[in-house]
Design a binder for this molecule. Structure first.
Ligand code: ADP
Ligand code: ZN
Length: 735
């Protein structure tokens, strides 16, 4: 036989596009490849980064076989590959799509590019000038200089330095770039812990020292010192030579976190979020992969970093809905952090003052280590009272009740800060015409246009559609007939400015800041006490530590309860507990005042009395009665189409394809008769960005193979063609 007839060696390669199975590629002569190797392969007209996957390659006719183009430095470890497989399986996503989340850094695999510098090398040039003399005086230190920096230090143009290089007086040198971050020292500044904290820390340290998968819930009131406590577990993991990942729900929360980490460990951790420059992303990614970066704090996408030696993941504020990714691959970063720990055989710590019902249930069932911190560190919990707006409401056309107004006055007069919380951006959620009743609606979504007076537009919060606020009603042409209905934070700020003309007010919501750095600047202004009254959305509700804040007023505490979402009570409880928990963190005497039209509601009662156990017990019982998670399993299928008919037609066809218990084959789907499919019904937001949406909800018993059932169902359904899209949300968090 000749070489020509011999079949080429082939390999399985997973490409980062919407494919389920790895493709088969030929291995060029002289190249050896193993699973996990990062390669460049041709894909259609392009070349893409991809990963050699496990398993025998499919056989492909030699004519169709294309060849691996290049093998790069990087490697995606076994654990990470199993994580990709697991996540794809669980979320019913394509494996290639999940892999794309790992390969988000285009050039990460090349060797680290050196930094070019110059230093003194030879004799002075024949032709000397004053500028050249200045440069050489500085370069006389013999150190390597960045070219620009040297020119600047000498006060000359870059061309002068270039000229000296050409003359051979300066030489170019390649230097390894400085590391992205320093190496944290686990024993840099250990805290003095209270007895309760020390016990909690010891239990977490033990979990890390056991070097095995375990989940621990750290549950403690706001200001209990949870961060201080889980830092001890972080220290233990670092001591054992392991890398640590801390997930935070909100990127604005990281500034304080970075400072605290540095105070404890002597250096900042690396950051990972969408606001980073490509260069920093690339360098951080590589540092994590080669083990140079020992600790990372990041948003949910940090879960996909290829840690070389992971030993601990902490999920801070684990209850936060921001951990759920709602687009593309729909997953919960909190749940997947647990999976990552399971696959890697290391512990995961979930931390919260208001744990999710799911996590709480796992702790109660003994599946998670439950570490409790019942008291605040060095301060008492704020005193919380409801203001019954039916009896003590605001004057007509106003939103701040007299009791709240007095409390703000008192607080600020006492040199402390107050915060007003309203979970609504803009000036008013609805604008209507008093003459004809016309309402401003979004043409693309089933939603009102929100009045943003600061930016002078009416705008849709779902698709961004904006129009200038008109002078006349577009329907009846009446003048001065348009009225704003209901408050947003801008309207509260207007009222506050009117009531307290001499105080410093700061509004804070996502649409009012341009960048993360601007947001961080605002937070430090608050920390330094440079504002008196903060008016904000949920952006200010989370984990922040505002040392001067003594009073928190909640404007419309009932907003979140008026929905059909079964998690409405849990959400509202968490949000109110978190936001009132900002008050009095460093000093006794913090206060919370909650404006509500329903002070007897169990959520309000739980917040006022502080009886969290009663709330959790009641919520748990209701979930159990209705078979909702964690007592049952849920999936939501959302069908969207370009027209109402297209979407509803396909949603109905899907419903008809539901496998009935009587046509389940064998025993594989035992229990399938207990699955219930609800709908299709219009999704809560029936139209978004011009797409019509219908939803089917699947309810199944706990322990049921929901994914297997969903796969079988979808395989029976007609193909979604044309403009149809189907998205599958396993364990939906809001519906
Ligand atoms: P949590 O995360 O539970 O809301 P933090 O960890 O932010 O609480 O702690 C609240 C405040 O108390 C912070 O200012 C923190 O620095 C301080 N604190 C907590 N524990 C200690 C300790 N053992 N020694 C000194 N300060 C502490
Ligand atoms: Zn819209």
């Amino acid at each position: 036989m000749t070489d020509l007839l011999e079949k080429p060696a082939t390999v399985s390669v997973l490409v980062p596009v919407a494919v389920e199975r790895p493709y088969t590629y030929a291995v060029p002569a002289g190249m050896t490849l193993a699973p996990g190797d990062v390669v460049v392969v041709p894909l259609g007209p392009r070349s893409v980064l991809a990963v050699v996957w496990d398993g025998a390659p499919d056989s492909v006719p030699a004519k169709k076989l294309r060849s691996v183009e290049d093998k790069l430095d990087g490697h995606i470890g076994e654990e990470m590959r199993r994580f990709v497989d697991w996540l794809a399986d669980y979320t019913l996503s394509h494996r290639g799509t999940v892999l794309r989340m790992v390969l988000r850094v285009p050039d990460a695999f090349g060797p680290e590019k050196p930094v070019m510098a110059v230093r003194l090398a030879g004799a002075a040039p024949e032709r000397m000038t004053a500028a050249r003399t200045r440069v050489l005086e500085i370069a006389a230190d013999g150190l390597a200089w960045n070219k620009g920096a040297l020119a600047q230090a000498a006060g000359v143009g870059a061309s002068v330095v270039e000229g000296l290089v050409d003359a051979g007086t300066l030489e170019r040198v390649a230097l390894p770039p400085a590391p992205v971050v320093g190496t944290p020292d686990p024993d840099f500044a250990p805290p003095v812990l209270s007895d309760g904290q020390a016990d909690a820390a010891a239990r977490l340290r033990d979990a890390v020292a056991a070097d095995a998968f375990a989940v621990a819930l750290v549950e403690g009131v706001t200001g209990a010192g949870k961060t201080e406590v889980y830092f001890e577990a972080v220290a233990e993991a670092l001591r054992r030579g392991r890398q640590v990942l801390v997930l935070v729900p909100e990127i604005s929360l990281t500034t304080q976190f970075l400072d605290r980490f540095e105070a404890r460990f002597g250096t900042r951790p690396a950051e990972w979020h969408s606001g980073m420059t490509p260069r920093l992303r690339e360098r951080t990614w590589r540092g994590v992969a080669n083990g140079q970066v020992r600790a990372v704090v990041g948003a949910r996408s940090a879960l996909f970093l290829p840690f070389a030696e992971p030993g601990l993941i902490v999920v801070d504020e684990e209850h936060d809905p921001a951990y759920k990714q709602e687009e593309g691959v729909i997953y919960s970063a909190r749940d997947m952090a647990v999976v990552r720990g399971m696959i890697g055989g290391f512990p995961v710590i979930l931390s919260s003052a208001t744990p999710s019902i799911e996590t709480r249930a796992n702790a109660e069932r003994g599946r998670y280590i439950h570490v409790k911190l019942p008291d605040r560190f060095g301060a008492s919990l704020p005193d919380i009272k409801a203001i019954d707006m039916r009896a003590d409401g605001a004057p007509s056309g106003r939103f701040l009740s007299p009791v709240l107004v007095d409390a703000i006055k008192e607080t600020i007069a006492g040199g402390e800060q107050a915060l007003l919380f309203l979970n609504r951006r803009g000036y008013a959620p609805l604008t209507l015409c008093r003459k004809c009743g016309f309402r401003f609606e979004c043409p693309n979504c089933s939603a009102w246009l929100v009045d943003h007076r600061f930016r002078r537009v009416l705008s849709c919060h779902h698709c961004g559609h904006s129009i200038a606020r008109p002078e006349r009603c577009p329907n009846c042409d009446a003048e001065d007939s348009l009225v704003a209905c209901g408050p947003g934070i801008e309207r509260i700020a207007e009222e506050a400015a009117d009531l307290f003309p001499d105080i410093r007010i700061l509004m804070l919501s996502s649409d009012l800041v341009q960048s993360i750095s601007e947001l961080r600047m605002r937070f430090s202004m608050i920390e330094r006490g440079e504002v008196d009254l903060i008016i904000g959305t949920q952006l200010v509700a989370k984990g922040h530590n505002f040392p001067h804040l003594a009073l928190v007023g909640v404007i419309d505490a009932d907003i979140g309860l008026a929905t059909a979402d079964p998690r409405a009570a849990e959400r509202t409880f968490q949000l109110l507990q978190q936001v009132t928990g900002r008050a009095g963190r460093q000093k006794d005497g913090g206060r919370g005042l909650i404006q509500t039209f329903d002070p007897d509601h169990p959520v309000m009662q739980a917040i006022i009395s502080g009886d969290r156990e009663a709330f959790y017990a009641r919520e748990m019982e209701q979930r159990e009665r209705s078979g909702l998670p964690p007592f049952g399993r849920l999936a939501a299928i959302v069908v969207s189409g370009r027209t109402h008919a297209e979407a509803s037609g396909y949603a109905r066809a899907l419903a008809r394809a539901v496998p009935r218990a009587d046509n389940a084959h064998g025993s594989e789907y035992r229990g399938a008769d207990a699955v219930r499919v609800l709908g299709p019904a219009e999704a809560p937001l029936a139209v978004v960005r011009g797409r019509h949406r219908f939803r089917l909800l699947v309810k199944a018993p706990r322990g049921f193979d929901l994914q297997g059932w969903l796969r079988r169902w979808l395989a029976r359904a007609p193909t979604a063609k044309g403009g149809l899209r189907v998205s599958i949300d396993v364990d939906p968090v809001s519906f």
